[in-house]
Design a protein around this ligand. Structure first.
Ligand code: ADP
Ligand code: MG
Length: 159
């Protein structure tokens, strides 16, 4: 499904709606050129996950972890008294990484994090590591047209 957004607020709102749908274990792979709106989308995503912190681009530290509490839809997971799942949201930005990506994945511990029920991950520039990503990775493509429209293509199940 392809969506056009006219300003960052609309991109954030789309991210927020997607964030509200996530339940755990999702890996969102965000691809597209610099300035296309990936980080803006993640800001909305974080809001949808209930994160109050301001989300900045993790470009210089590659990965940031945020603790989140989601309404439990599954009784098998650790819950608080309010029946909230304790989970983690990881915001990863691979922009600066060029070499030894397989090794970088190990160094960052990404392969230990993804796929776990209690983790949700959004990875900017995920195309750099596409061949290492798990099969359940959901791809979101960002683009800017010549007339400055921001296009976002995402799988039906996220809309
Ligand atoms: P990326 O992470 O893909 O490099 P950012 O989200 O950091 O991109 O930056 C997108 C830039 O484009 C921001 O400065 C934002 O204000 C601007 N912008 C303008 N229109 C939009 C839109 N429709 N969606 C997202 N960002 C937009
Ligand atoms: Mg970015």
């Amino acid at each position: 499904m392809q969506i056009t957004t006219n300003n960052d607020e609309q991109t954030k709102n789309l991210g927020k709606r997607v964030g509200e749908k996530l339940t755990g274990r999702e890996i969102l792979a965000l691809v597209g050129p610099l300035g296309a709106g990936k980080t803006t989308f993640v800001q909305g995503l974080a809001e949808g996950l209930g994160i109050k912190n301001r989300i900045t681009s993790p470009t210089f530290i590659i990965m940031r972890k945020y603790k989140i509490k989601l309404k439990s839809q599954n009784s098998n997971v650790k819950t608080t008294t309010k029946n909230l799942k304790l989970m983690n949201f990881y915001h990863v930005d691979l922009y600066r990484l060029e070499q030894n990506l397989e090794q970088e994945i190990k160094n960052l511990g990404l392969d230990e994090i993804w796929g776990k029920r209690e983790n949700i991950m959004a990875i900017e520039w995920a195309d750099k590591i596409s061949r290492f990503l798990p099969d359940n990775t959901q791809w979101i493509k960002f683009n800017v047209t010549d007339d400055e429209k921001h296009l976002i293509e995402l799988p039906e199940e996220l809309t």
